[in-house]
Design a protein around this ligand. Structure first.
Ligand code: A3P
Length: 326
């Protein structure tokens, strides 16, 4: 949130044109009373909307760009670490101590379009993205990004996570950002927003559907990954990601344990234990707040049966006939 942040500590830089646009858009507020507006079917804080508009106005895709996409709290950090590690294989290090993940948090290495790169301007200096290929991330739904990408053959990887685990992860994250204990009242308020759809980057179902449909229509350019599948079969999923990105593992790499090495390097335990992730911040978010339990089904510890049933019913109805199931 502003890297998924509930408050806007970096200050709003909203143009008059955007203010006029906002006044014409549906509006709402999140549980903390922070204003949201609905643009192209997705709910944004005002300063994020400015970033989205800047991106739509100014981004010039390159054919080799890679874009990592997600709904917040779905495993974005993990996907970034895995992708960076896959691409780093081609770079020769004199020792493992030089790995880029040891010197920065995955969010520092792979910036968000609308929250970082285009946060303040539609013509940012992209010269620092000289590394090849350029690696970006976003929480925007695919349909908002698509017109800007035009017919670019760039690759988009989406990570999707179980809705109830995403909700619980969001709750813990919001409480960590607010520096309060995880209170039930906050969970209830986030749950309500999740169910109504009026939550930062929501509705959840529209978000996942936009990438799900995109991956069915154009599987060469949109890869749909699931958090739970990466947890269950990390090596198979890492190889799938590598194949999609056009950097498959050689037989020799597979034999010498390269896949397992990336899986271990990017494990929650390993990443969260790195000095760089125990300290430091990105966009006002402590690096450590990107890591918690990383468990599948953690929602069972917190949601009431009523909450569970209601979310299940909503998701079932919204995803009906799409072929996508949770
Ligand atoms: P939990 O709160 O359920 O533990 P995002 O990266 O999109 O912000 O998502 C954060 C969620 O991903 C958190 O889930 C966090 O613990 C989990 N996560 C972060 N790094 C991970 C990793 N390397 N492996 C598995 N899960 C990870």
């Amino acid at each position: 949130m502003d890297n998924e942040r509930p408050s806007n500590a970096r200050g709003d830089k909203i143009t008059d044109e955007t203010k006029i646009l906002i006044s014409s858009l549906p509006s709402d507020a999140d549980g903390e009373g922070k204003k949201l507006c609905n643009y192209q079917g997705c709910w944004y804080y005002y300063n994020t909307l400015q970033g989205v508009l800047n991106f739509q106005r100014g981004f010039q895709p390159q054919d080799t760009d890679i874009i990592l996409a997600s709904f917040p709290k779905s495993g974005t950090t993990w996907l970034k670490a895995l992708t960076v590690s896959l691409l780093e294989r081609s770079k020769k290090h004199s020792s493992d101590d030089e790995h880029i993940l040891l010197s920065d948090n995955p969010h520092g290495i792979v910036p968000f379009f609308e929250i970082d790169v285009f946060h303040e301007s539609s013509s940012p200096d992209l010269s620092k993205f000289s590394s090849f290929p350029r690696l970006f991330s976003t929480h925007m739904p695919l349909h908002t990004m698509k017109p800007t990408l035009k017919d670019s053959p760039c690759k988009i990887v989406y990570i999707c996570r179980d809705v109830k685990d995403t909700l619980i992860s969001w709750w813990f994250f919001v409480c960590a950002m607010l520096k309060v204990e995880p209170k039930t009242s906050i969970l209830e308020s986030i749950y309500k927003s999740f169910c109504s759809g009026a939550i930062y980057y929501g509705p959840f179902w529209e978000h996942v559907l936009s990438y799900w449909k995109g991956s069915l229509e154009d599987p060469k350019h949109v890869l749909f990954m699931r958090y739970e599948e990466i947890k269950a079969e990390p090596c198979d999923q890492i190889k799938r990601l590598a194949d999609f990105l056009g950097c498959p593992f050689t037989k020799e790499e597979e034999e010498n344990g390269s896949v397992e090495k990336i899986s271990d390097l990017c494990s929650l335990r390993n990443l969260s234990g790195m000095e760089v992730n125990k300290t430091g911040k990105v966009n006002d978010v402590d690096h450590k707040n990107f890591f918690r339990k990383g468990e599948v089904g953690d929602w069972k510890n917190y949601l009431t049966p009523e909450m569970e049933n209601k979310i299940d019913m909503i998701i079932q109805e919204k995803l009906q006939c799409s072929g996508l199931k949770f």
